[in-house]
Design a protein around this ligand. Structure first.
Ligand SMILES: [Zn+2]
Ligand SMILES: [Zn+2]
Length: 445
C-alpha cells in the first residue's frame, strides 16, 4: 500500500504539471463573468474540464452548475469540494462585462481554478485507487445575493426555490451524498496584515423582509382626521425596532438595518402606501429568530398605534457559518508544508454572509480563505497578485487534506462525520426556511 508521503508527492507533481492551465482557466473565467443562475458558459467550461479528466459530469443541476464524482474504494464517505460560478455587479471593474456589468470582483473564478486543481491532483495522479470513499467536485451557481427581482421571477415560475445556489443544491438533493464539504474564498485583507491564509472563520447569517404599511388617503390639509397615516405607522415601527436593540445579546452580533423604499405618494395626501426593506443579521439561528420576532412585533405595533395595516413578507437569507474544528486542525497541518505558522490565521471572521453557512449548519465543513489577491472585494480594484498563493497552494493543501481524510479506510473522515453535531437536520433547515418564507398580515380591528 502506498504511503501518505508518496501519495502527496504524486498529487503535488500532478498539480504542478497543470499549473499554467489551472491559472489560465481561472483567469479566463475572470475575463468572462456571468451573474448568478446565468452562468451557462462558465458551467459548461467547468464541465468540459472535468470531463477531460475522464469524469462523468451531471450538468445544469440548478439552472446552471455541475457535479462530478471521483470514486476510490467502496464504503467510505464522500468529500465535496465546491467552487462558486457567479460574478458580482461591478460596472467600473476593468474586466466587467460590457452589457451586464458583471465582474469577478469576489474572486469566485479563483475558487473554480482551485477546485479543478484538486481534481487534477487527485484524479490525474491515480491516487483515488488508494483512498476509500469519493470526492465530488461541485460548481455551484448564485452565491451573491443579488438581482432579487430576477430571482423572484425564477421562484414564481418554479425554476428555483431559493436565491442561493447552495441552498438550491440542498433542496434538489445534489448534496444528499456529500458527507463533508470544503470551499475556499479569496481575501485581499490578509496580505495587508502579513497573513496568507485564514482557516475556519465564522460568518454571520441573515433573513430579509419587505414591509408594506397600508393606511387611508385623505387631503393632508383639509381633512387629515379622515386619513390613516401609513408613514406614521412605519416610523413608529422603526422606533419600535430601535427600542429592541438593548435586548440583543452582544454575543449574538445582531444587526437590523431597515430602509424606507416608499414614503408616500404626494405631499398633500396623507400617506396610504409606505414600504420598507430590512435585514436581520446574527451569529446563530436562535439569535436571528429571536431578533426577527421582536422586529416583527415592533413593526406590527406601529400599525396598531395608528390603526393601519401591515404586511411583512419574510425572505430567506443565508445561515451563519459555523466551523468544524477537527477539519481546521487537519487542514492547518496540510498547509504547513507551504506556509509559515505565523502566516496562518485560525478562526477569525469572514466578511459578509455566504450560503456556505447553510451547508455548515448541516454537515462538517471547511472554509479556507487565501490571499494572493489585491484591491478590495466587490470593487473595481480586485485582481490577482500571486497565482501560487491564490490557486496552487490551496489546491495542494485541499488535496493533501482529502488524502488524510480518506486514507486507511477513511478512518479520519469517519471520525469527523461521527463526532459532528449538526446545528440542524436537513428537515429542520427546510422548516426554518419555510418559516422565513411566510407572509405576516396584521390589521387593527
Ligand atoms: Zn461576494
Ligand atoms: Zn464571494
Amino acid at each position: 500500500m502506498a504511503n501518505r508521503e508518496e501519495l502527496r508527492r504524486r498529487v503535488a507533481a500532478c498539480i504542478d504539471n497543470h499549473k499554467e492551465h489551472l491559472v489560465a482557466v481561472g483567469e479566463g473565467i475572470f475575463a468572462n463573468p456571468e451573474l448568478g443562475y446565468k452562468e451557462r458558459e462558465t458551467g459548461q467550461l467547468i464541465a468540459e474540464e472535468l470531463e477531460a479528466m475522464g469524469l462523468q459530469v451531471e450538468k445544469n443541476l440548478a439552472l446552471t452548475g455541475c457535479k462530478a464524482t471521483a470514486r476510490g474504494r467502496e464504503g467510505g464517505p464522500t468529500v465535496g469540494v465546491m467552487g462558486e460560478l457567479d460574478a458580482v455587479l461591478c460596472r467600473d471593474h476593468p474586466k466587467a462585462h460590457r452589457e451586464t456589468g458583471a465582474a469577478h470582483a469576489c474572486g469566485h473564478h479563483i475558487q473554480l481554478g482551485v477546485m479543478l486543481g484538486v481534481a487534477s491532483g487527485l484524479v490525474g495522479s491515480g491516487v483515488m485507487k488508494e483512498l476509500t470513499g469519493g470526492v465530488s467536485f461541485l460548481a455551484v451557481p448564485a452565491e451573491e445575493y443579488v438581482e432579487l427581482g430576477f430571482r423572484s421571477q425564477l421562484r414564481a415560475r418554479g425554476e428555483i426555490a431559493f436565491f442561493g445556489g447552495k441552498q438550491e443544491f440542498l433542496k434538489k438533493g445534489h448534496l444528499d451524498d456529500i458527507d463533508i464539504a470544503i470551499s475556499t474564498h479569496s481575501s485581499p485583507d490578509l496580505d495587508r496584515h502579513g497573513k496568507k491564509a485564514m482557516i475556519g472563520p465564522i460568518a454571520i447569517g441573515f433573513v430579509g423582509k419587505y414591509v408594506q404599511y397600508r393606511g387611508r388617503p385623505s387631503h393632508a390639509g383639509a381633512a387629515p382626521e379622515k386619513g390613516i397615516n401609513a408613514l406614521n405607522a412605519a416610523m413608529l415601527g422603526l422606533s419600535g425596532i430601535h427600542a429592541q436593540r438593548e435586548t440583543f445579546p452582544d454575543e449574538e452580533r445582531i444587526r437590523v438595518h431597515p430602509i424606507i423604499t416608499k414614503g408616500g405618494d404626494l405631499v398633500n395626501i396623507v400617506p396610504e402606501d409606505v414600504q420598507l426593506e430590512a435585514y436581520v443579521r446574527g451569529l446563530s439561528i436562535d439569535g436571528i429568530r429571536d431578533a426577527n420576532s421582536k422586529v416583527n412585533r415592533a413593526l406590527q405595533a406601529g400599525a396598531m398605534a395608528v390603526g393601519a395595516q401591515v404586511k411583512i413578507t419574510e425572505i430567506p437569507g443565508y445561515m451563519p457559518v459555523v466551523n468544524t474544528p477537527d477539519l481546521s486542525v487537519l487542514f492547518k497541518e496540510n498547509l504547513l508544508p507551504f506556509l509559515q505558522d505565523s502566516e496562518i490565521v485560525e478562526g477569525g471572521e469572514f466578511a459578509g454572509s455566504t450560503d456556505f453557512g447553510d451547508i455548515s449548519q448541516i454537515m462538517p465543513t471547511l472554509l479556507a480563505v487565501f490571499g494572493g489577491v489585491s484591491g478590495a472585494l466587490h470593487t473595481k480594484d480586485f485582481h490577482l497578485e500571486d497565482p501560487e498563493l491564490a490557486y496552487i497552494i490551496p489546491a495542494k493543501a485541499i488535496a493533501f487534506t482529502i488524502i488524510d481524510l480518506l486514507l486507511d479506510g477513511a478512518s479520519k473522515a469517519q471520525q469527523i462525520t461521527r463526532d459532528f453535531q449538526p446545528k440542524m437536520s436537513k428537515e429542520e433547515y427546510f422548516k426554518f426556511q419555510d418559516e422565513m418564507s411566510q407572509e405576516i398580515q396584521w390589521q387593527y380591528e
